[in-house]
Design a protein around this ligand. Structure first.
Ligand SMILES: [Zn+2]
Length: 158
């Protein structure tokens, strides 16, 4: 029996390392968390094995992550589609190569650009606020005109 255990550890070093870690590293946490009462986050079945396991099986684990993605997609798709439309409008105005362009506020309003949605913002040295929409940024002049810039280009400024 003893020989068999030794042999087993030698044959499969991963098992012996995990065994070692579970004995040495997680023993203090076992005092506060009862290992025997852990249940799968999905099917509520008792979990066997490592103390950091949250699911009883790969099936439950992938179900959980699929659901998580679905819920996130549902919650973000409206915002995403507004941002995507904003980006499309800026691309349409800028074309393939323009690094910056000045347009009227009317133009972007007519195209249904939603100024409240952006992916970020920054202020330049003059304190002008730029609204980032992915790889573009825009700012409003005091006369109402809009300056659009392409970001991450060789000519990138501010
Ligand atoms: Zn499960």
């Amino acid at each position: 029996m003893y020989k068999f255990l030794i042999k087993n550890k030698l044959i499969n070093p991963t098992i012996s390392i995990n065994y070692y870690i579970s004995r040495v590293v997680t023993v203090p946490t076992l005092i506060t968390t009862d290992m025997n009462k852990r249940n799968c986050k999905i099917c509520k079945k008792a979990i066997k094995g490592r103390s950091d396991k949250l699911f009883c099986s790969e099936k439950c684990k992938s179900y959980y992550h699929r659901k998580l993605r679905e819920v996130t997609k549902k919650a973000t798709e409206k915002t995403d589609s507004i941002l995507h439309r904003n980006r499309s409008i800026l691309l349409e105005i800028m074309g393939k190569n323009a690094t910056q362009k000045k347009v009227s506020r009317d133009l972007i309003d007519k195209k249904n650009f939603n100024i409240r949605y952006m992916t970020g913002f920054f202020e330049n040295a003059q304190g002008k606020r730029y609204h980032i929409v992915y790889d573009f940024a825009w700012m409003e002049f005091s006369d109402g005109d809009i300056l659009i810039k392409r970001r991450n280009t060789k000519k990138q400024t501010q």
